[in-house]
Design a protein around this ligand. Sequence first.
Ligand SMILES: Nc1ncnc2c1ncn2[C@@H]1O[C@H](COP(=O)(O)OP(=O)(O)OP(=O)(O)O)[C@@H](O)[C@H]1O
Ligand SMILES: O=C(O)[C@H](O)[C@@H](O)[C@H](O)[C@H](O)CO
Length: 199
Amino acid sequence: MSGPSSLRPAAAAGVDPAGSDPVLARSRVVILAGVSGSGKSVVGAALAGTLGLPFADGDAFHPPRNVAKMSAGQPLTDTDRWPWLDAIGTLIDQWRATGQGGVVACSALRRVYRDRLSAGRPEVVFAFLDVPWAVLVHRVANRTGHFMPTSLLASQLAALEPPHVGEPTVRVLVGERTTVQEQVTAIVTGIAGTGGAVV
Ligand SMILES: Nc1ncnc2c1ncn2[C@@H]1O[C@H](COP(=O)(O)OP(=O)(O)OP(=O)(O)O)[C@@H](O)[C@H]1O
Ligand SMILES: O=C(O)[C@H](O)[C@@H](O)[C@H](O)[C@H](O)CO
């Protein structure tokens, strides 16, 4: 299949996670990307647990005005997003400085956002969660205690520029019944299977 590594979780079962794999053992920063509701937080936290790395949710790095805007049902603009992305970039640099790496959930919807996050940071690899519209709507509508309204999903899809060839990305195709663990396994397999040079 052309484009980024495209992994069906069902085909990735039975892989030994971080432990003995030299690619995963070295410093690595994994950015869980995808639209709202794609599972970045849930899968990212589980992945971090598997890899023994710290996890951060990009939602916590938004300036208050961004959260207020989204809560009010207004999509963010590029101008809104740059400071947020740069705050996440600072976090990534802190992880890099420790030589430890980490896992962060950040929608990174557009190519320019991903380039901003990865430029000069060779440890960065993206895991793009590719989830069907109907599943997204169901998840976001049923989620409680989150500022993101279902009404903003369409704007998320409109802004999304799926990863292209040449981007360091593992693409995970997620279905209605794909488990969190299957997604974690797919990401670990995707990173390890390419020797780290994921395209
Ligand atoms: N594999 C899964 N199976 C069932 N439910 C899931 C799965 N992955 C995530 N969910 C649920 O979908 C909802 C959205 O997941 P999550 O909050 O991780 O998405 P997100 O991409 O971080 O969203 P946002 O960007 O809006 O913060 C949550 O209620 C979560 O529990
Ligand atoms: O880029 C964006 O439009 C926003 O940052 C969103 O992706 C939110 O961070 C997140 O999805 C909130 O739930």
